[in-house]
Write a protein that binds this ligand. Structure first.
Ligand code: GTP
Ligand code: MG
Ligand code: ZN
Length: 360
């Protein structure tokens, strides 16, 4: 097989080349239980770097100082603070360079240690197992990306993301893409529908179109100099928005759908530099987003606009669900709390209580 030329290594090409041979290796590596070894002395030739993406079973690590990306596996005795999601994109890791090269001529390394995460976006891993999945680590902001249309946004999902951002120490922003699909006569209604997010929660909400470029200057200002993770459902235009902000190569529907019968979807999280400082992290769309480890007692605190009322509830603590003399319910009835936010609260409360019952 011909080796791709240098400079051919970013984004899609790299991802495709490693993915091609990944399945067998993944099957094998799934069987090897990684043992954790805390406090082991680092080998002298270990380098610190950041995980910028995954490629099949490998992690792509950029060493500090901007050296060439290294294709890494995780050591069988990695030194890691947690057992779930030992390594993810955005992690600061220590790698030991290896003698050999990959079949494509890239340097190879082994991840031997991972540093504590400064921030993270976690969710409950899809499937039955009760396991935490850290989506991305060490970014400053979470851009919750939704579409105004096709597919129309879901406020329940936005509210779940807001809780996860709060838990993971991320500053949330809401990005509503595809506003070109909203006729001028319906724009005011769209803005009004999301008003609670900036009125009551004081969050930045930006309306953009990756297709027409509308609103992108406002978004650029918010992203400048920060590292921002873009997350949201599949097909809302996360990769398209990123493509308009940087010239990094990404999979965008229009082109690749010709080859892949409509499949344009991002398959791995990837760090992308912004031209004027800062970084974006593109992630695959998430079909569902279950907040990791949430209990009924802590839930009200994630709805910060309830707080000034909650202290006046007759019963303490109050679940704001059915209790007589509940000041939160009263505030909803008087229009002081957004009824949709309250609905999200009730649905989540129901979910965490069911979950609790199942566990007993
Ligand atoms: N009309 C319109 N279409 C858009 C806009 N942005 C993206 N699209 C289209 O929406 C589709 C999905 O875009 P992507 O950028 O691949 O969406 P994504 O959020 O990255 O999706 P995943 O990678 O699957 O999570 C593509 O066909 C885009 O051309 C927009 O602002 N307006
Ligand atoms: Mg994408
Ligand atoms: Zn109450």
């Amino acid at each position: 097989m011909a080796r791709p030329t240098r400079g051919h290594h970013q984004g899609r090409d790299l991802e495709a080349s490693f993915r091609a041979k990944s399945r067998q290796v993944r099957r094998r590596s799934d069987k090897v239980r990684t043992r954790l070894k805390a406090g082991k002395a680092l080998p002298e030739n270990a380098l610190q770097g950041v995980v910028v993406t995954s490629a099949g079973p490998y992690w792509v690590v950029t060493p500090a100082g901007g050296a060439e990306a290294v294709i890494c596996t995780v050591s069988g005795t990695v030194d890691s603070p947690e057992t779930d999601t030992i390594v993810t994109v955005g992690d600061v890791v220590w790698i030991v360079p290896q003698e050999e090269m990959t079949e494509f001529g890239d340097p190879v390394g082994v991840i031997v240690k991972r540093e504590e995460r400064r921030t993270l976006l976690s969710r409950r891993a899809a499937g039955r197992a009760r396991r935490e999945q850290v989506v991305v680590a060490n970014v400053d902001q979470l851009a919750i990306v939704v579409a105004a249309r096709e597919p129309v946004y879901n406020k329940r999902l936005i509210d779940r993301y807001l809780i996860a951002a709060d838990k993971g120490d991320l500053e949330p922003i809401i990005v509503v893409n595809k506003i070109d699909l909203v006729p001028a006569t319906e724009r005011a209604e769209l803005i009004e529908d999301l008003a609670a997010y900036w009125d009551d929660l004081d969050l930045p909400v930006v309306f953009v179109s990756a297709s027409t470029g509308e609103g992108l200057d406002a978004l650029r200002k918010i992203l400048h100099g920060c590292s921002t993770l873009l997350s949201g459902p599949s097909g809302v235009g996360k990769s398209s928005v990123i493509n308009t902000l940087t010239d990094a190569r990404l999979r965008v529907g229009a082109i690749s759908s010709m080859y892949q019968k409509g499949r344009h979807t991002t398959t791995a999280a990837m760090v992308i530099a912004l031209p004027d400082g800062g970084q974006l992290v593109d992630t695959p769309g998430l079909r569902e987003f279950a907040v990791w480890e949430l209990d009924a007692q802590e839930l009200p605190y994630y709805f910060s606009e309830f707080t000034p009322y909650a202290e006046h509830c007759r019963y303490q603590p109050c679940s704001h669900h059915h209790e007589p003399g509940c000041a939160v319910i009263q505030a909803v009835e008087e229009g002081k709390i957004d009824p949709e936010r309250y609905l999200s609260y009730l649905l989540l409360l129901d979910e965490v209580q069911q979950d609790h019952d199942l566990r007993r």
